[in-house]
Each structure stands twice: as C-alpha cells, then as structure tokens.
Design a binder for this molecule. Structure first.
Ligand SMILES: CC(C)(COP(=O)(O)OP(=O)(O)OC[C@H]1O[C@@H](n2cnc3c(N)ncnc32)[C@H](O)[C@@H]1OP(=O)(O)O)[C@@H](O)C(=O)NCCC(=O)NCCS
Length: 198
C-alpha cells in the first residue's frame, strides 16, 4: 500500500514501505541528522554498506515497519526525503508495543512530511503487526518534534533528566506514548482531500 500526498510547495510525494533501493537514501538522512548533532543521541554516522544492509535485513526478518517519503522526480538516493521506523520491543510481553523514530531531510522539513510518515506508520503498525501502542522519546529542546507529536495525540509520560551527554551538554529525554485505537477514533479521515491511496 502507498499514498500520495501534496506538500506545502505543491509537489506530490509518495509515502510507502521501504524497498532495498532506498537504503542509501535512508542512511544519508540519518547521517545528516547525526552531523546536525542536536536531535539524536548518536555520535557516529553509519557509512559501511555492510552495516546498512545488516539493518535492512534485520528489519525484514523482524517484520518491522519502515515508511519512506519519496520524491518521484529526484534521483536515488536524493529521492528519499524522510523515513519513519516502528521497531519491536525487546520484551517478550510487549509485542503490542512499537517504538517510533522519524527523520525528515532538512530541506523538506515543516512541509507536513513528518506528519504523514508518522500517520502511515501508525496505521501500518496496527494493520501488519497488530501493534496497539506506540512509544517514542525526544530531547526537551526539540520543539518541532514535540509540537508534532503532541498535535498527533502523543502524551508525555515522563522525563529522564540529563539522560544524554553530547558535545559538553546534558539533554533531558521526554518519553511519550499513543494508544492506537484512540488515535484512529480521532483521525478517521485524517488526510483531507490532498491524499490519494493506491
Ligand atoms: C521532527 C521532524 C521529523 C518533523 O518532520 P517535519 O516534516 O518537519 O514535520 P511537519 O512538517 O509534519 O510538522 C512540523 C510542525 O512543527 C511546527 N514547528 C516547526 N518549528 C517549530 C518550533 N520551533 N516550535 C514549535 N513548532 C514548530 C510546524 O509549524 C509544524 O506544525 P503545524 O503543522 O501545526 O504548523 C523533522 O523536523 C526532523 O527530521 N527533525 C530532525 C530530526 C528529528 O528531530 N527527529 C525526531 C527525533 S525524536
């Protein structure tokens, strides 16, 4: 399944599940965010093809969700504008939980792509993996991410003070969660007229 969205610039973007040819685009976005050094508690970029493909193989083996935003007119790997992953919990008794992470390329932020990636990932996590609850975390400084998560109905369930230390600075981690049934009840027609499915 995929959907077509129109972003604020008027361009049409495809939202769909990841394919093998998207791997470099996805990791380019990840590495760019690591270089920004203010959004994720990861210090080193991933450059090796082996590591990138190991991640993709594990994603497929574990049947985890990775949704990508694709610009149909840009060449690989620049065509991957962002991604949203929902991974499984490590606990046997928490198979109903999905852990969400999302990244949008800096040139395409604030255009609604993050919203559509998360929305699609939530729905597919329920449909494919029978997930019931989505959890995530972010830094207290990440105002854009917090705004988006709250707008979509995620609620804060705790703050871990000084959880990360990067570039001589401590960061607090905000823990958030969303019960998927509640989300779907409030968003039975979330797409408006600007989205088409195929
Ligand atoms: C967080 C992120 C995934 C959101 O994706 P996006 O495509 O930019 O998000 P959207 O355009 O759908 O929504 C952004 C919202 O934040 C708002 N916003 C932007 N800057 C803001 C700020 N400084 N404070 C509050 N809200 C802000 C926008 O106005 C928009 O809200 P609106 O639709 O109600 O107007 C993306 O910005 C990103 O990749 N950031 C860097 C990596 C990152 O932080 N990942 C998440 C780690 S937990």
């Amino acid at each position: 399944m995929k959907k077509l969205i129109e972003i604020k610039k008027g361009e049409q973007i495809i939202i769909r599940h990841i394919e093998e040819s998207d791997i470099d685009g996805v990791w380019n976005n990840f590495n760019e965010v690591i270089e920004e050094a203010i959004y994720l508690p990861v210090l080193f970029p991933v450059r090796s093809q082996f590591e990138k493909h190991t991640w993709f193989n594990s994603l497929q083996r574990e049947n985890e969700i990775c949704i990508v935003a694709v610009h149909p007119e840009l060449k690989v790997p620049l065509n991957i504008l962002g991604q949203c992953e929902v991974s499984n919990s490590e606990w046997d008794a928490a198979t109903h939980i999905g852990k969400l992470g999302v990244i949008v390329n800096s040139d395409f932020r604030n255009m609604g792509i993050g919203y559509h990636l998360i929305d699609f990932a939530i729905r597919e996590s329920k449909r494919i993996n029978k997930k019931k609850k989505i959890t995530l975390s972010t830094f207290t400084e990440n105002k854009r991410a917090l705004h988006l998560y709250k707008k979509m109905g995620f609620r804060t369930v705790g703050i871990r003070r000084k959880q990360f230390y990067m570039n001589s600075k401590y960061y607090d981690e905000v823990l958030m969660e969303l019960w998927i049934e509640d989300y779907l009840k409030k968003n039975d027609n979330p797409y408006g007229n600007r989205v088409r499915f195929s």
